[in-house]
Structure formats: C-alpha cells, structure tokens
Design a protein around this ligand. Structure first.
Ligand SMILES: [Zn+2]
Length: 249
C-alpha cells in the first residue's frame, strides 16, 4: 500500500497485506535504496518483499530498522536479512535477545500463554549489524533517523524521527498510536512507569506523519495525537490503552 511516492506499507496483519501475526512494516525509499521499519513476524517475508516490489518498484533493501524485539515486529529479521543482504539496525538493548533468539525476553512465551501466538511460531536468531542508542542520529540509504527511547510498551521500545522531504515523520512502533493510545500490555517490562518518564521526549517534534506499528496512520497532524497522550499524563490521567474497547488492535 503506497502512502506517498516514497513510503509504503508493505506488511500488516490488520490491512490484510501479509501474515496474520505481522505488525505494520513500512518501506521508505531514500537516495541510496530502501529502508524497512520493522520486519513482521517472519511467516510471510516473501509476500512482504513482493509488496515492496509492487509498491516502490525496487527490491534494493539497504537496511531493516527495528523498533523493538517483540515477535510481530522482529520475527522476520533473519529471513529479510538473508534474502536481501540488508543491514539490520536495532536498539542496543534488543541485541542479545535478537541474536540468541531469546523467546522469553521478546515476550513470545507470554504471548503463547495468552493464546496470541500459536505454539509452532518461533523466533529465528538474527545478527545485528548496527546498534542504535537514544538520541544518536544515524543515516541509512541517505535518510537520517533520530532514535528516541520511549519505555512503557517494552523496555527496548524505540521510535524513529526523520525529516523526510521537509516533513517531520515519526515511526512510533508500539509506543504511541493514532488517537494518543498508548501500548501498555500485560507482560513483564510493560507499564505506565516507562511512559511517565519517557513519553515527554516526543513533545515538540512537529510531527506531521505518524506511522505506528498497528492501527491507523496519518500524514498530517501526527503531533496532536502524541500530545493528547502527553497532556493526559501531565494532568494526572491515564491515556487510553491498546486493546481496551477494541482500540488499535
Ligand atoms: Zn510490541
């Protein structure tokens, strides 16, 4: 699904364009090739790459950038790296779990217990080529990204801010969704404490395009969705959470 001439949604369970366990997977075309944001669960990598070819007419994937290590976002990393030869870029604190295929650490064991994932779904270990740290700007395919560590959904959750064709965009993973919905879920490592300390890092970024890991995205006025959650927290209230009342998922 092409969202702009240089941005496409190439994987997503909700839009029915790839596998049943896939987060949104975005493809961004820069001067030096394609950067993928997140990998999906890995059950439908071939379809995801076909979508990329169809949407952006290019299969030159320079990099895969991961927001965090939950299986629906990271499970396809090894197969994408193998098929495209791309560099895999991930938060430094996600590295060990991704390289060892630690299913406990990525929440897969808990998700199986909840019945969210089938017993035969596993994480293939993937080498990480480059680590990112909070605030350390990096460049890939000619696109500069600023990684922003926003705990709350998970300990390793990173958002990626970029100024792309003079527009401020945020790939927010599962940190914040359309409507200011936050991503607290019932597994270890998730909770409001992280949001209380980190969500204000997303203040004043002038975000137009907001591209979360699930649910709706928008090309205009993204900051107002983020600010809604920030202002509720500042006022002493809890923002709406993913999964409540059918929100996002
Ligand atoms: Zn997640």
């Amino acid at each position: 699904m092409r969202l702009t001439p240089s941005l496409a949604l190439v994987g997503s369970l909700q839009f029915g364009i790839s596998g049943p366990f896939d987060s949104h997977v975005y493809a961004l075309r820069g001067a030096g090739g394609i950067v993928l944001i997140d990998a999906g669960a890995g059950t439908h990598t071939e379809q995801l790459l076909q979508n990329l070819q169809y949407d952006l007419d290019s299969a030159t994937v320079q990099a895969l950038v991961l927001t965090h290590c939950h299986l629906d976002h990271s499970g396809g990393s090894a197969s994408i790296r193998e098929r495209t030869g791309c560099e895999v870029i991930a938060p430094q604190i996600s590295r060990r779990a991704l390289e060892t295929g630690d299913e406990e650490a990525i929440g897969l064991c808990a998700a199986r217990e909840h019945g969210s994932y089938p017993a035969d779904l596993h994480l293939s270990p993937c080498s990480i080529d480059r680590e990112v740290r909070d605030g350390d700007i990096f460049e890939s395919a000619g696109i500069k990204f600023k990684p922003i560590h926003v705990r709350g959904h998970s300990e390793d959750m990173f958002c990626y801010w970029t100024n792309f064709n003079d527009q401020n965009w945020l790939f927010s993973g599962d940190a914040v969704f359309w409507g200011g919905v936050l991503g607290v879920i019932n597994i270890v490592g998730s909770g409001m404490e992280g949001y209380r300390s980190d969500l204000s890092k997303l203040q004043g970024l002038g975000v137009e395009g907001l591209f979360p890991g699930h649910g709706l995205m928008t090309l205009k006025g993204g900051q107002q969705h983020i600010d809604r959650a920030i202002n509720l927290i500042k006022g002493g209230f809890l923002p709406p959470q993913v999964g409540q009342g059918g929100l996002v998922l």
